[in-house]
Structure formats: structure tokens, C-alpha cells
Ligand binder design. Sequence first.
Ligand code: GLU
Length: 449
Amino acid sequence: MPVLDEKLTTIYDEVLRRNPGETEFHQAVHEVLDSLGPVVAKHPQYTDAAVINRLCEPERQIIFRVPWVDDKGKVQLNRGFRVEFNSALGPYKGGLRFHPSVYLGIVKFLGFEQIFKNSLTGMPIGGGKGGSDFDPKGRSDGEIMRFCQAFMTELYRHIGEYTDVPAGDIGVGGREIGYLFGQHKRITNRYESGVLTGKGLTWGGSQVRTEATGYGTVFFTHEILKARDESFDGRDVIVSGSGNVAIYAIEKVHQLGGRVVAASDSGGYVHDPSGIDLELLKDVKNGRRERISTYATESGATFVPTGKGSVWSVKADIALPCATQNELNGHDARTLIDNGVKIVAEGANMPCTPDAVRLFGESGVTFAPGKAANAGGVATSALEMQQNASRDSWSFEHTEQRLEKIMRGIHDRCLETSEEYGAPGNYTVGANIAGFIQVADAMLAQGVI
Ligand code: GLU
């Protein structure tokens, strides 16, 4: 990893000491600090008031036991987390992830990223994240419901419209939000719509929330293309993953005239040179909850199982990693570069390793970090909160226009900030600095808390 400025090195060393073993969190912190050298040189108040040190320490970390009973009557045990990272700009806001890889370090990396992402949206939301090491794979609907109820039975005391507003992430979609909301209502005897986002359309949810992260990533990529007088027309695109983010990224690429030629899940990837058949993919993944290999069998596309090849070996102009953290390493980046990739925009949170990001920079590939490119999901959550607060609901068209405008705003702010701080066109520098300054100024104004 690149060497940091002296003051920032001291802060980073302290983060390493206080958070042993949490490698993903270290990576996320390092990536932000790496951009802040010119900021601390210009504005000593941020280091003088220990703003950066305070930003790296969550305001509150909650860890709890989640016992529940499976279909066989056996008691199962999981661990639940909610890290309330920073509330300078608004109530803590961020998703819940249910995946066996979840531990405190993952939740902290996600929560840390969320602070800057939420700041970039320009909406009044702080940063937080939560989840559990629960593995939803192979669980029945009844088991999912009982787990969600058990999880909320503890979480409810920590959240609220003005305190902390969770939503979905990997393993938590509309079904899980429904069970979580139901249990919250039952325990508190309050129909508090603004306590969770990602709700169903007939009970307080927002149009476009489901599509927002994927659509937003593609809107952001479209802005990059437009800034150089280009478009999606005739472009081949790789979208890794096939969950909520990936599916709606594919949809928007196709609407804007591009062609998605590959997608994946943890079992492997499909290569479909004539373009992914989205209706079939939606039916396989969302309707039947089956593996992407079924898509290949039914569409005639090529399927390559995990371990026998990588989705990043497919030739494309644009790559949108939309699966999970560290899914694209230096070796993959080299392959993409050799195949002529021009733009990489992160739909997932931190899917590119630091090596990959460095190689893209050195090779002139435009790289858009997740905290900017995938902010459309949480931005639309904030629009859901606005609708809940005013007991209103907006049309699909209106909400999508708002999303597009927000993504354009983030894009332009990243670009302007990158120029102001001497790294024109570097979206990572632009996103980190623009996101940081807004939070840091609010923290300074609110005193030492
Ligand atoms: N989990 C999403 C993200 O990574 C969305 C969070 C939200 O809507 O609160 O930004």
C-alpha cells in the first residue's frame, strides 16, 4: 500500500493498534487516509481537533446474541452487529448484511465507507452498518422469518427514525426487511415507517429503491462517459454478481444501449456474447432463487465454474464489480487492462483490492470507487425517509429523475474536488476529499463529542 503523510501515518498506526485483525477495516481506512494528505496540509484544524482520529473510532458498537429455532426444532445461534459510526450529518444510516463472512471488521469497514458515501449524496444521513454471520443459503422462508424476528428483538432498542435507520445489504432484501419491520412494529406497537428503508411499495417503501444501487452505478458510469463525449452505445460490459445490485445494473446498461456480456455468482460465471437475457436471469435468481449455472443451461450461454476461470477474463470496455469486497485483485486488473477495459466503476463496496486500484491508475483506466458510484442505493433510502416523513409517495419517474440528478451531482463534485486538490480526473481522491470535508466541518461545528 502507498506510504502516507507523517501525521496520517500516526493516525493509521493507532487504528491498527486499536482494531487488531480487522483487515478489511484497515484497508478502508487506509484508502481514505491515502487521499487526505493535501487536505491536512491545507487545513491544520482537522488534525488539531483530532477530527480524523475521532472519525476512525465508531461512536457506538453493538454486538448481540441471536438465538433462533430452525425447522427441525434445533436451537441455532448467531451473532448480530450494529456499528453506529458517525452521526455528524444525520441519523446513522446503512444496511444490514447477513452472510457467514460477517464479523466486526467487515461491519466496521462497511460503516466507515458509509460515512463518506452518505456525505457525498448531500442528504442528511450519518453512517452506520450492521448484520449477522447468519447464512441465509438453503434456509426456508420460515427460518428466515424466525431469524429476522430474533435479530430485531434485540436491534429494536437501538434504532429509530431520529437515531439509526437500517436497510438491506447482501442477504437482506425486501423479504427480510418485511419480517424485520413486522417484528419492530409488534414489539414497539408503533407504525414507525421511517425506522427502516427498503420497505414494500404498499407499506411505506419508495419507488426505485430496489433498482437504485444498480441504476445509480450505471448513471454514474454514464456521467463519466458523457464527460468525454461518449456513450454506452455499442459498449460491452461485465457485471459481476447477480444479486440486487448486479441485476439492476444490467437492466440500466441495456436501457442505455450497452450490452452486458457476463455475470456471476459464487458458483461461477456466465458468458453470453449476445447479451444477458435479463428476464431469464431475474426469474432464475429472484423468482426461483437458483444458481447462475441454471441460467446458462436454459439460455445456452457458456458457464465457467469458480476455480476454472474468472469473470474478469471476459473482454469488455467497461467493468462493474457488483458482487462483494476484494473480488477483483491485481491479477484480474491486469487481465482487464490487457483486454482493453476503459472504465471500472464499483457497484459493490470495496470490490477492488488496493493493488487493482493502483494498476488501473497507472494504466489510465478510469476508476470510480463504490462510495461514489454505488451511493444511489442509500440516496434513494434517504428519499424513502423523506416520503415517510411527509406521508407522501412519489411516482417512479419522479424518483428516478431525483436519483439521476443525485448521481450527476456526486460525479461533478468528485471531479471538481479532484481538480481543486491537484489530481484531476481521479475519482477516488475527489470522493474521499469531498465526502470527508463535509463530515469533518460538521464535526468541528458540533464540538468535541
Ligand atoms: N447497503 C447499501 C449500501 O451499501 C444501502 C444502505 C441503505 O440504503 O441504507 O449503501
